[in-house]
Design a binder for this molecule. Sequence first.
Ligand SMILES: N[C@@H](CCC(=O)N[C@@H](CS)C(=O)NCC(=O)O)C(=O)O
Length: 202
Amino acid sequence: MKLYYYPGACSMAVHIALREAGIPFDLDKVDLAKHRTADGEDFYKINPKGYVPALRLDDGQVLTEDAVLLQYVADQKSTSGLAPKAGTMERYRVMEWLNFISSEMHKTLGALFNPKITPEWKEDRIALFGRRCNFLVQQLGGKPYLTGDKFTIADAYLFTILGWTNLFKLDMGKWPALQSYAGRIAARPAVKEAMKAEGLIK
Ligand SMILES: N[C@@H](CCC(=O)N[C@@H](CS)C(=O)NCC(=O)O)C(=O)O
């Protein structure tokens, strides 16, 4: 398998999942401005949508969309416990989180990457992100991870998006539970390895 990624982007969630699952894979860094990969390929030919993550499977097919790739990786190694068995209520709960993180967290905060964002829209997006953080804290309660005691692909995704709050210098002091949640995930060996490989930490 080969993961097309950009350091710290939403592709890092899939990168973390691959390492958590212990699945062998290659990495290819995409220059998102030029749409070329480090291996010299035209990225539009790999993913016509032009964005990461994209995963080249062992049979040559390319699969995209974070929430789908995360489930694909988890299902390749079901013993990893990264996602409950497909068709169970527990799996639908993880899927519910993946969808929430994608549409309510990823795309809300991701708007700040747009250099054309107006100050008013930026303020609006940050306020909405804050309301979603309030909900997350309420849902986490005292649990170490989103669905309970076990780290799942939903945590890999949420951790990745929460990481952008550092990039945008957002004050997360209002949500200490989220800060300790992110700290707990950052301490996981597979997460450290992924961040190191992406050049985000030493
Ligand atoms: N719907 C896609 C969105 C992926 C996405 O937003 N990727 C961003 C990085 S986090 C990207 O590559 N943006 C560059 C672009 O759209 O050209 C998913 O869920 O995987």
